[in-house]
Design a protein around this ligand. Sequence first.
Ligand code: HEC
Length: 419
Amino acid sequence: MKPLALLAVLAAMFALTAPAAPTYNKDIAPILYQNCAGCHRPGEVAPFPLLSYQDTGKRAALIASVTKARVMPPWKAEPGYGDFRDVRRLTDEQIALIQQWASSGAPEGAGPKPTPPHFTDGWQLGQPDRIVTIPTKFSVPAGGPDVYRCFVIPLNLDKDTYIGAMEFRAGSRRTVHHALVFADPRGQGRKLAAGSPDGGYTCFGSPGFAGGLIGGWAPGITPRKPVAGFATTLEKGTDLVVQIHYHPSGAPAEDQSSLGLFYSDPPTHGRALVLVATRDIDIPPGDSHYVVKVSRTLAADAQVIGITPHAHYLCKDMKVNAYLPDGSVKPLIWIKDWDFNWQGAYTYATPVKLPKGTRVELEYTYDNSEGNPHNPAHPPVRVTYGEQTTNEMGLAFLSLAFPTPADAISFQRAMFLAR
Ligand code: HEC
């Protein structure tokens, strides 16, 4: 056979066996239902729904470009650096399929229309034992800068109480960007909120006191079911302080977010938080590659169950590595394009075991140049450590688990003595 004829035969075979262009009904809807609809549905944080062909076909090009760039679904942790639960990441095949679909004219396809997933509008974890809300309806302005407000929720606990799970429900889903829940056993939040008509006060970063972070929420987060043996202990008299980050949506809104508490038995396992952090931050204006490094050494064996990295607007790259005493390195997380608007608490699929003597080091890089689109200052200005939006921070919380509460206490004592 002549080469050209062979080519023709091959081309004909290929045409016969080549798969038809992907269609919305068969190929695309399942991907979007699984990975996008949680946020892209009415009443949720995303600006438009992605539930039907009508929602989706006209946006095919935009969907193809944001998925290819991995801007959507939002997920910051780089694969291969920490193995996390509830990963929001499309596979290369899914991205290719969306590209193919968009470039072949985004066909709807024949066949039955796909059925959108059913979402529970109520509490995802079932009926809470106790529901509390922020004290008043908070007015979120239509525009202007983001608002960071701490609300004090008095629990009036007459005895120590154990919380197995917590579920946050944003009142105004279009404006609540994220929430952090702190335990306040000494009533410090009440003092900061004294005299305020809405029971809250302005706060950014921390709640204004050294409070224990016990929970958080961001759009798209799956609330954590209770885990047998683990619980957060709230001492008698503890208040909750909820910090809410509001992002004005273009229309005035009112928010009265609530929190469902699920009680549990006293914990049989121990928990502790280790903070790896530095205040040594002083970034000259225009510096596009300012590196901060700090580490802490574990004073006893520990298992890391989660990690929460935190910085403000200028940070662009975050790496946290564990250097084990045997010389090996375990990457705990790497975020290559940190975005303050998408901070999250990352939970490991299986706890990471770190022996006594492991050095946990964070290495964060900041870009204080005009080229950083997140830079709030034009022209750039000197930025130092602090808790205001115009300051920077560099920290990571490691959430650790221990066989018993006594182990957690002796770990904390050993860490304290090592300081
Ligand atoms: C965790 C919530 C969440 C998930 C999951 C999510 N989105 Fe989004 N999406 C948003 C939000 C919020 C915005 C508005 C822009 C912003 O705040 O970053 C947005 C914006 C968009 C935009 C508009 C971008 C622009 O430049 O105007 C597109 C397109 C989009 N999302 C597609 C998707 C697709 C496709 C998926 C799934 C593969 C997805 N999103 C998953 C929250 C989400």
